[in-house]
Design a protein around this ligand. Structure first.
Ligand code: SAH
Length: 206
């Protein structure tokens, strides 16, 4: 089923074979409730509790391929761990993955699921990802999995020169936005396709 999902992603324009290889090995059904496991290889978002969702595989692949841009990735930051699926896919294409979640029970859930997969180079952090993770910055890539009206400035500052950030932007109408940091004071913005994400919210929930 996973191979069929990868074929579908490829047919739908995902051409980064490293990303597809990572999707091929990550058991998405481990990241959703047992009752939904039979739907884990549909190319669809699914509920994970606390009003949040596991992102659609195509979106996960699209965002990671966009920030990777064919490069080997060193340090990567994900904002919005959710159930941890995208962090596990990122683990297949980056040397070090940091992922922040603001909802404590989801952070704990992701921790349990990723522990079972033994990915020592993935570090999960409980906190407000709108502030980024200054202690681990700068990042070669930043992937934001929740939509804000504007991309937080802290994240743009924590992008390494030459690095890329991808994030959904907007309220009821959202668009995926890619930002490339060309230099200390130079960020270049490209708008990608319309998307639908859960909202990016400040602060934490215990
Ligand atoms: N990356 C997930 C998608 C999770 S949905 C996947 O692999 O499918 C987006 C997540 O972002 C939600 O869990 C939500 O709680 C979280 N989120 C929203 N605002 C946040 C913030 N400011 N900091 C950290 N996480 C945030």
């Amino acid at each position: 089923m996973r191979a069929a999902l990868v074929d579908r992603l490829r047919a739908n324009g995902i051409d980064d074979e490293r990303v597809l290889a990572s999707i091929l090995v990550v058991p998405r059904h481990h990241f959703v409730d047992e009752a939904l496991a039979s739907r884990a290889y549909e190319d669809a978002a699914l509920p994970i509790g606390h009003g949040q969702t596991i992102s659609q595989p195509w979106i996960v692949a699209r965002m990671i391929a966009a920030v990777r841009h064919g490069r080997e990735l060193g340090k990567v930051l994900e904002v919005g761990t959710g159930c941890g699926y995208q962090a596990a896919v990122l683990a297949g294409v980056a040397r070090e993955v940091y992922s922040i979640e603001r909802v404590r029970p989801l952070h704990e859930l992701a921790r349990g699921r990723l522990r079972a997969m033994r990915l020592p180079h993935v570090r999960l952090v409980f906190g407000d990802g709108m502030l980024g993770l200054p202690s681990a910055a700068p990042f070669d890539a930043i992937v934001v999995a929740a939509a804000g009206l504007k991309i937080p400035d802290a994240l743009l500052q924590q992008l390494a020169p030459g690095g890329r950030l991808v994030a959904p932007e907007g309220g009821t109408r959202q668009r995926l936005v890619m930002i490339e940091r060309k230099g200390a004071h130079n960020w270049v913005r490209t708008e990608l396709e319309p998307v639908r994400f859960v909202p990016l919210r400040p602060g934490v929930l215990l």
